[in-house]
Design a protein around this ligand. Sequence first.
Ligand SMILES: O=C(O)CCC(=O)C(=O)O
Length: 213
Amino acid sequence: MEIAPGAHHFRRALTIDEQRALADRCRALMDGPVPAYVPIVRGGGTMHVRMLCLGRHWNAQTYQYESTRTDYDGLPAPPLPPEFQALARDIAGRAGMSLDPDLCILNFYEADGRMGLHQDKDEGPVSIAAGIPVVSVSVGDTARFLFGGLKRRDPVEAMSLCSGDAFVFGGPARLRYHGVSRITPHTAPPELGFSGRFNVTFRQSDEACRALS
Ligand SMILES: O=C(O)CCC(=O)C(=O)O
Protein backbone atom coordinates (compact mmCIF):
# COMPACT_ATOMS: atom_id res chain seq x y z
CA MET A 1 0.00 0.00 0.00
CA GLU A 2 1.41 3.41 -0.98
CA ILE A 3 0.69 5.68 1.96
CA ALA A 4 2.33 8.75 0.39
CA PRO A 5 4.38 9.35 -2.76
CA GLY A 6 7.49 7.20 -2.32
CA ALA A 7 6.32 5.59 0.95
CA HIS A 8 4.99 2.04 0.95
CA HIS A 9 3.74 -0.15 3.77
CA PHE A 10 3.69 -3.88 3.04
CA ARG A 11 1.73 -5.81 5.64
CA ARG A 12 3.01 -9.33 6.36
CA ALA A 13 5.69 -9.08 3.67
CA LEU A 14 7.44 -12.00 5.39
CA THR A 15 5.92 -15.40 6.14
CA ILE A 16 6.13 -16.66 9.70
CA ASP A 17 9.04 -18.92 8.74
CA GLU A 18 10.87 -15.98 7.17
CA GLN A 19 10.19 -13.91 10.29
CA ARG A 20 11.60 -16.66 12.52
CA ALA A 21 14.69 -17.02 10.33
CA LEU A 22 15.28 -13.25 10.34
CA ALA A 23 14.81 -12.99 14.11
CA ASP A 24 17.19 -15.93 14.71
CA ARG A 25 19.82 -14.33 12.46
CA CYS A 26 19.42 -10.92 14.12
CA ARG A 27 19.71 -12.44 17.60
CA ALA A 28 22.84 -14.41 16.64
CA LEU A 29 24.45 -11.27 15.20
CA MET A 30 23.48 -9.09 18.15
CA ASP A 31 24.83 -11.61 20.67
CA GLY A 32 27.87 -12.44 18.51
CA PRO A 33 31.52 -11.38 18.64
CA VAL A 34 30.59 -7.78 17.78
CA PRO A 35 27.62 -7.39 20.08
CA ALA A 36 24.77 -4.92 19.93
CA TYR A 37 25.03 -2.02 22.34
CA VAL A 38 22.96 0.92 23.55
CA PRO A 39 24.29 4.03 21.80
CA ILE A 40 24.70 7.40 23.46
CA VAL A 41 23.94 10.17 20.97
CA ARG A 42 25.96 13.36 20.68
CA GLY A 43 23.62 15.39 22.89
CA GLY A 44 24.38 12.87 25.67
CA GLY A 45 21.04 11.06 25.54
CA THR A 46 20.89 7.28 25.72
CA MET A 47 18.97 5.57 22.94
CA HIS A 48 16.11 3.25 23.88
CA VAL A 49 17.17 0.37 21.63
CA ARG A 50 20.05 -2.07 21.36
CA MET A 51 21.79 -1.46 18.05
CA LEU A 52 24.18 -3.27 15.76
CA CYS A 53 25.29 -1.90 12.40
CA LEU A 54 26.38 -4.15 9.53
CA GLY A 55 28.46 -3.14 6.53
CA ARG A 56 29.56 0.09 8.17
CA HIS A 57 28.95 1.45 11.64
CA TRP A 58 26.75 4.48 12.24
CA ASN A 59 28.60 6.55 14.83
CA ALA A 60 26.04 8.00 17.27
CA GLN A 61 28.42 10.85 18.22
CA THR A 62 29.43 12.05 14.74
CA TYR A 63 26.35 10.82 12.81
CA GLN A 64 28.71 9.41 10.18
CA TYR A 65 29.33 5.91 8.95
CA GLU A 66 32.74 4.36 9.62
CA SER A 67 34.37 0.93 9.41
CA THR A 68 35.04 0.50 13.14
CA ARG A 69 32.98 1.53 16.18
CA THR A 70 35.07 4.46 17.35
CA ASP A 71 32.26 5.76 19.60
CA TYR A 72 32.10 2.48 21.49
CA ASP A 73 34.62 -0.37 21.47
CA GLY A 74 36.67 0.02 18.28
CA LEU A 75 35.43 -3.29 16.85
CA PRO A 76 34.82 -3.54 13.10
CA ALA A 77 31.24 -3.51 11.82
CA PRO A 78 30.34 -7.08 10.77
CA PRO A 79 29.68 -7.63 7.07
CA LEU A 80 26.18 -7.37 5.66
CA PRO A 81 25.06 -10.95 4.88
CA PRO A 82 24.15 -11.55 1.21
CA GLU A 83 20.71 -12.89 2.18
CA PHE A 84 19.96 -9.62 3.97
CA GLN A 85 20.94 -7.71 0.83
CA ALA A 86 18.70 -9.97 -1.26
CA LEU A 87 15.76 -9.40 1.08
CA ALA A 88 16.18 -5.62 0.91
CA ARG A 89 16.49 -5.63 -2.89
CA ASP A 90 13.39 -7.75 -3.19
CA ILE A 91 11.29 -5.49 -0.95
CA ALA A 92 12.52 -2.32 -2.66
CA GLY A 93 11.55 -3.92 -5.97
CA ARG A 94 8.03 -4.56 -4.69
CA ALA A 95 7.81 -0.79 -4.17
CA GLY A 96 9.09 -0.20 -7.72
CA MET A 97 12.44 1.07 -6.44
CA SER A 98 16.00 -0.08 -6.69
CA LEU A 99 18.33 -0.51 -3.72
CA ASP A 100 21.83 -1.99 -3.50
CA PRO A 101 22.35 -1.85 0.24
CA ASP A 102 25.78 -1.73 1.83
CA LEU A 103 24.53 -0.48 5.22
CA CYS A 104 22.16 -2.08 7.68
CA ILE A 105 21.10 -1.07 11.17
CA LEU A 106 19.62 -3.74 13.44
CA ASN A 107 17.64 -2.42 16.37
CA PHE A 108 16.10 -4.42 19.18
CA TYR A 109 13.28 -2.81 21.15
CA GLU A 110 12.32 -4.10 24.59
CA ALA A 111 8.80 -3.35 25.88
CA ASP A 112 9.89 0.20 26.77
CA GLY A 113 11.86 0.74 23.55
CA ARG A 114 11.26 3.79 21.40
CA MET A 115 13.00 6.06 18.91
CA GLY A 116 12.50 9.81 18.57
CA LEU A 117 11.47 11.48 15.34
CA HIS A 118 14.44 11.81 13.03
CA GLN A 119 15.50 11.85 9.38
CA ASP A 120 17.80 9.21 7.89
CA LYS A 121 20.22 11.59 6.21
CA ASP A 122 23.72 10.28 6.88
CA GLU A 123 23.99 7.92 3.91
CA GLY A 124 25.36 10.69 1.67
CA PRO A 125 24.11 13.46 -0.62
CA VAL A 126 24.25 11.38 -3.81
CA SER A 127 22.17 8.54 -2.39
CA ILE A 128 19.67 10.90 -0.83
CA ALA A 129 19.34 13.17 -3.88
CA ALA A 130 18.70 10.08 -5.98
CA GLY A 131 15.88 9.12 -3.59
CA ILE A 132 17.35 5.67 -3.05
CA PRO A 133 15.04 4.17 -0.48
CA VAL A 134 15.45 3.01 3.07
CA VAL A 135 13.88 -0.44 3.46
CA SER A 136 12.69 -1.37 6.95
CA VAL A 137 11.58 -4.83 8.09
CA SER A 138 10.09 -5.58 11.50
CA VAL A 139 9.72 -8.84 13.44
CA GLY A 140 8.19 -9.36 16.89
CA ASP A 141 6.01 -7.01 18.90
CA THR A 142 3.95 -4.35 17.15
CA ALA A 143 5.35 -0.82 17.05
CA ARG A 144 3.48 2.46 16.87
CA PHE A 145 5.40 3.98 13.98
CA LEU A 146 5.23 7.70 13.35
CA PHE A 147 5.64 9.01 9.84
CA GLY A 148 5.88 12.76 9.46
CA GLY A 149 6.83 15.25 6.79
CA LEU A 150 10.03 16.88 5.64
CA LYS A 151 10.04 19.27 8.60
CA ARG A 152 10.19 18.12 12.20
CA ARG A 153 7.01 20.00 13.08
CA ASP A 154 4.94 18.68 10.20
CA PRO A 155 1.95 16.56 11.26
CA VAL A 156 2.71 12.88 11.80
CA GLU A 157 0.66 9.88 10.86
CA ALA A 158 0.72 6.99 13.37
CA MET A 159 0.54 3.46 12.06
CA SER A 160 1.13 -0.03 13.42
CA LEU A 161 4.14 -1.89 12.13
CA CYS A 162 3.43 -5.54 12.92
CA SER A 163 5.61 -8.61 12.76
CA GLY A 164 6.60 -9.33 9.18
CA ASP A 165 5.72 -5.86 7.90
CA ALA A 166 8.02 -3.91 5.62
CA PHE A 167 8.11 -0.17 5.13
CA VAL A 168 9.92 1.53 2.25
CA PHE A 169 10.54 5.25 1.92
CA GLY A 170 12.40 6.67 -1.03
CA GLY A 171 12.00 9.22 -3.82
CA PRO A 172 10.12 12.26 -2.48
CA ALA A 173 9.62 10.50 0.89
CA ARG A 174 13.31 9.72 1.48
CA LEU A 175 13.87 12.49 4.04
CA ARG A 176 10.56 12.30 5.85
CA TYR A 177 10.79 12.32 9.64
CA HIS A 178 9.90 9.05 11.34
CA GLY A 179 10.18 7.35 14.71
CA VAL A 180 8.69 4.80 17.07
CA SER A 181 6.59 6.12 19.95
CA ARG A 182 5.91 2.80 21.65
CA ILE A 183 5.96 -0.96 21.52
CA THR A 184 2.86 -2.96 22.37
CA PRO A 185 4.17 -5.86 24.48
CA HIS A 186 2.97 -9.43 23.93
CA THR A 187 1.81 -8.80 20.36
CA ALA A 188 4.50 -10.85 18.62
CA PRO A 189 3.10 -13.98 16.93
CA PRO A 190 3.26 -16.72 19.60
CA GLU A 191 4.94 -19.08 17.10
CA LEU A 192 8.02 -16.85 17.23
CA GLY A 193 8.45 -17.57 20.93
CA PHE A 194 9.95 -14.24 21.96
CA SER A 195 8.88 -10.80 23.03
CA GLY A 196 10.40 -7.52 21.94
CA ARG A 197 10.91 -6.24 18.42
CA PHE A 198 13.68 -6.48 15.85
CA ASN A 199 13.78 -3.78 13.23
CA VAL A 200 16.23 -3.98 10.36
CA THR A 201 16.79 -1.01 8.05
CA PHE A 202 18.79 -1.18 4.84
CA ARG A 203 20.40 1.81 3.20
CA GLN A 204 22.80 2.58 0.35
CA SER A 205 25.79 4.85 0.84
CA ASP A 206 27.33 7.23 -1.70
CA GLU A 207 30.30 4.84 -1.93
CA ALA A 208 27.97 2.06 -3.05
CA CYS A 209 26.29 4.44 -5.54
CA ARG A 210 29.71 5.34 -6.99
CA ALA A 211 30.80 1.70 -7.17
CA LEU A 212 27.75 0.94 -9.31
CA SER A 213 28.09 3.88 -11.69
O1 LIG B 1 12.16 0.78 14.26
C1 LIG B 1 11.68 1.37 13.32
O2 LIG B 1 10.64 1.04 12.76
C2 LIG B 1 12.39 2.62 12.80
C3 LIG B 1 13.89 2.53 12.90
C4 LIG B 1 14.55 3.78 12.42
O3 LIG B 1 13.92 4.78 12.25
C5 LIG B 1 15.98 3.81 12.19
O4 LIG B 1 16.70 2.82 12.42
O5 LIG B 1 16.48 4.88 11.73
